[in-house]
Design a protein around this ligand. Structure first.
Ligand SMILES: Cc1ncc(C[n+]2csc(CCOP(=O)(O)OP(=O)(O)O)c2C)c(N)n1
Ligand code: SF4
Ligand SMILES: [Mg+2]
Length: 303
């Protein structure tokens, strides 16, 4: 694999630097072999992350709003890979919202990191779907007229089995969340509060520093489902807690449930040798002859 040196053009003070560093540290500390890691991103300032990683991972910088679809194809065709998806808030819960929701119900074993900066930063700061109604950031001629979506409430409702929030300027805490998300068996989402000092002059470092607190500062907070019967009550508590987003903003793990079968487990029910003989290692041929006839190929490979 050839990697060319790339100039990092994020603005000084951008929260993306913290996410990049936390993600690299998490992958290193987990000891995942670099050739087994795929980082998938869409278009946006956030989408540049695979180019800037200081680990020789495979990176796929895809289309705006389509990174989860690409990642689903990558992981389903090669379940031995560790797949991490970095999405912008516009990318992930605007144009890409359909893919975001459907990943949750599949429970495919990948990790999605949402860079929440409240703006479409790469295209000069228009309101993203996470910007609150009445908020006027500097590129907007008037205050935002739409309500914000809460990515984590949607993730819980969609079926994600690991749901967490971190803060780009608390790198060590974020690194631990990313490690937990990657270790988790199933679809994991980590929303990261990511200040954009260039276009979001409302949700700044000073704004967040006054509001964020850690869920685990309360010793009774326990988001992990340890018996299947407690899934419902832990889910309900998580849903209440992710809605707290105002004067106080909680950080940490809201919910984790490994009792739900992953997409890979579900495929294995239908294709017993799926994990050993997954699509990525199957030859593209019929009767020993290479082919580009997809419909015939699908018929020949069907189990
Ligand atoms: C299909 C498509 N629609 C629109 C665009 C233009 N576009 C590029 S980046 C972007 C918004 C990026 O915002 P976000 O996803 O929040 O990422 P950020 O730059 O804030 O990290 C848009 C609308 C595009 N590249 N492709
Ligand atoms: S425009 Fe905002 S999100 Fe993009 S690099 Fe600059 S500070 Fe970061
Ligand atoms: Mg954004």
């Amino acid at each position: 694999m050839e990697r060319k040196p790339v100039f990092n053009d994020w603005c000084p003070g951008c929260g993306n630097f913290g996410i990049l560093r936390a993600e690299e540290m998490a992958l290193r500390e987990l000891g995942v072999e670099p050739k087994k890691i795929v980082v998938v991103s869409g278009i946006g300032c956030s989408g540049k992350i695979p180019h800037f990683m200081d680990i020789p991972i495979s990176g796929v910088h895809t289309l705006h709003g389509r990174s989860i679809a690409f990642a689903t194809g990558i992981k389903a065709s090669n379940p031995s890979l560790e797949v991490v998806v970095n999405v912008g808030d516009g990318d992930g819960v605007g144009i890409g919202m359909g893919h975001f929701v459907h990943l949750g119900r599949r429970n495919l074993d990948i990790t999605v990191i949402v860079h929440n900066n409240g703006v479409y930063a790469l295209t000069k700061g228009q309101a993203s779907p996470t910007l609150g109604r009445g908020v006027k950031t500097k590129s907007l001629p008037r205050p935002n007229i739409n309500d914000a979506v809460n990515p984590l409430a949607i993730a819980l409702a969609a079926g994600y089995t690991f749901v967490a929030r971190g803060y780009a300027y608390d790198i060590v805490h974020l690194k631990e969340l990313i490690k937990k998300g990657i270790r988790h068996k199933g679809s994991a989402v980590i929303e990261v509060l990511q200040p954009c000092p260039t276009y979001n002059d409302v949700n700044t470092k000073e704004w967040y520093d006054k509001r964020v607190y850690k869920l685990d500062s309360d010793p009774t907070w326990d988001p992990v489902v340890k018996r299947e019967e407690e899934a419902k009550s832990k889910f309900e508590k998580a849903m209440m807690r992710v809605m707290e987003f105002g004067d106080k903003i909680p950080l940490g793990v809201f919910y984790q449930n490994e009792f739900v079968p992953t997409f890979e487990d579900r495929l294995e029910q239908n294709i017993p040798n799926y994990r050993e003989y997954y699509p990525a290692i199957q030859p593209i041929e019929i009767g020993g002859i290479a082919t580009t006839k997809i419909s015939e190929l699908i018929k020949a490979k069907r189990v």
